[in-house]
Design a protein around this ligand. Structure first.
Ligand code: AMP
Ligand code: MG
Length: 421
């Protein structure tokens, strides 16, 4: 079971027999199409979902000109050019309680922040700059017409697109949509993902460990990653290292989900059945990629379901998920901006050892030096089974295929974990 599936021999690097990561990323995306089903949700349930249609504001936001400060509203043309001018205080307007009269040139209306600008006024002089004597306000020079006023429609005007289709709804989008008065929105259906782990050595939490066995951690990592990415997850447990069991699990599950994610059993060992099962049931579009950790990765399709065969080592699971599964999920969920998570530069404090012709991803800690500049150090040993180092790290350091070992003092690419979820 060590030869490459037939249809793949056009995309690997002949030096390594592996597919370069950039090419793998592109190939996966090329095979994914957006889910076409949509559903209508109330705003309170729309967080993390992708808008299927743009939200067009039916109103100006703000709906009326209003004061940006606590102060006195006047006509800008009445402000004095020299000395002071005394205005009669005609009334008061509060947020939500407009003053109903018309303010004359020699009058002013006391306003609070958010109060609708009284008719006849277009300027607010902040209260600290106004001298009050009985029912009169004395205003001096130095005030500009139109100051401290928020204009109707200055945030969004009526019929303007408030939030574009294809955008994932975050807290800001929820607020923008709420400000338009829209209560329900049409979003792309959530993808349904199935997860199982492969391996005769795996036990579920609560079961006693036998000699040679370990607890299954990958499934929990994957359920967390998938939920954070916005998918609905079905947990299919542990499948033994057995071809018939792998075939029956995959053929059954593939009928009802958008994507299947497995871990382990995807190399060329004698107990690795995922690739053979995938070849029998569907297509292998990609297998074995030039990234460490993560090399034994497979991608394909079984019926309508996308298939991602992730490596067994837990850190490799996380790295390949972020690089290859997450962008695919974003496309599936209808996101139109698929720009990768931003990468920044930081000065290496430790070295990052690198072999040629493959990308390497290191777990690292990003912090700041005494001058506030970003610095990054390795978490230490980089074995792909050391899952606790993922929890200690707060970023990845990324060295691409052609890069050589980074030494202390070198500037390296850093991807903070904060941006990944
Ligand atoms: P494999 O690719 O199946 O040969 O697995 C590679 C390594 O990852 C082996 O040491 C496995 O025991 C380990 N591994 C595989 N699946 C899991 C899992 N679900 N949880 C934790 N470790 C795993
Ligand atoms: Mg295995």
């Amino acid at each position: 079971m060590s030869e490459l599936p037939q249809n793949l021999n056009n995309c690997f690097d002949p030096r390594t027999g592996l597919v370069p990561i950039a090419e793998a990323e592109q190939r996966v995306l090329d095979h994914v199409t957006q889910i076409s089903d949509t559903e209508v949700l109330s705003l309170t349930r729309a967080l993390g979902r992708v808008l299927a249609r743009p939200i067009v504001s039916p109103i100006n936001i703000p709906p009326h000109a209003n004061s940006a400060m606590d102060g006195f509203a006047v006509a800008g043309t009445s402000l004095p050019d020299a000395g002071t001018r005394t205005f009669q205080i005609a009334g008061e307007a509060l947020a939500g309680k407009p003053w109903k009269g018309t303010c004359e040139a020699n009058q002013t209306v006391r306003v609070t922040t958010g109060a609708m600008m009284p008719t006849g006024t277009d300027t607010v002089v902040i209260q600290e700059d106004v001298q009050i004597s009985h029912a009169e306000a004395i205003i001096g020079t130095g005030h500009k017409p139109y100051a401290n006023v928020r204009l109707a429609g200055e945030d969004l005007s009526r019929d303007e697109v408030a939030v574009e289709a294809g955008l994932k709804v975050g807290p800001a989008e929820l607020g923008v949509m709420a400000s338009t008065g829209v209560g329900r929105v049409e979003v792309v259906r959530q993808p349904l993902a199935a997860v199982f782990s492969t391996g005769d050595e795996l036990k579920n939490a609560g079961e006693p460990l036998e000699p040679g066995s370990i607890y299954d951690s990958n499934r929990y990592v994957l359920m967390g990653l998938l939920q954070n990415a916005g998918a609905d997850v079905l947990n299919f447990g542990i499948v033994p290292d057995d071809e018939a069991a792998t075939l029956s699990a995959l053929s059954e599950i593939s009928k009802s989900v958008d994507l299947i994610i497995t871990s382990g059993g995807v190399s060329t060992g004698s107990a690795d059945y995922v690739i053979t099962a995938l070849q029998k049931l569907g297509n292998v579009d990609l297998w074995r990629i030039a990234i460490r950790p993560g090399r034994p990765f497979a991608f394909g399709r079984i019926g309508e379901a996308l298939f991602f065969g992730l490596p067994g080592n837990p850190v490799a699971v996380m790295v390949t998920f972020y690089r290859l599964v997450q962008p695919a999920l974003r496309k599936l969920m209808g996101e139109t901006n698929l720009n990768p998570v931003p990468v920044l530069k930081a000065r290496a404090v430790t070295s990052f050892r690198k072999k040629p012709n493959r990308a390497e991803v290191y777990r690292a800690i990003l912090s700041r030096d005494g001058e506030g500049n970003p610095i990054v150090s390795s978490t230490g040993l980089q074995g792909s089974g050391l899952l606790s180092s993922m929890s200690q790290a707060n970023c990845f350091v990324l060295l691409d295929d052609e890069a050589t070992t980074a030494s202390p003092g070198d500037m390296v690419d850093v991807q903070p974990f904060e941006g990944l979820n």
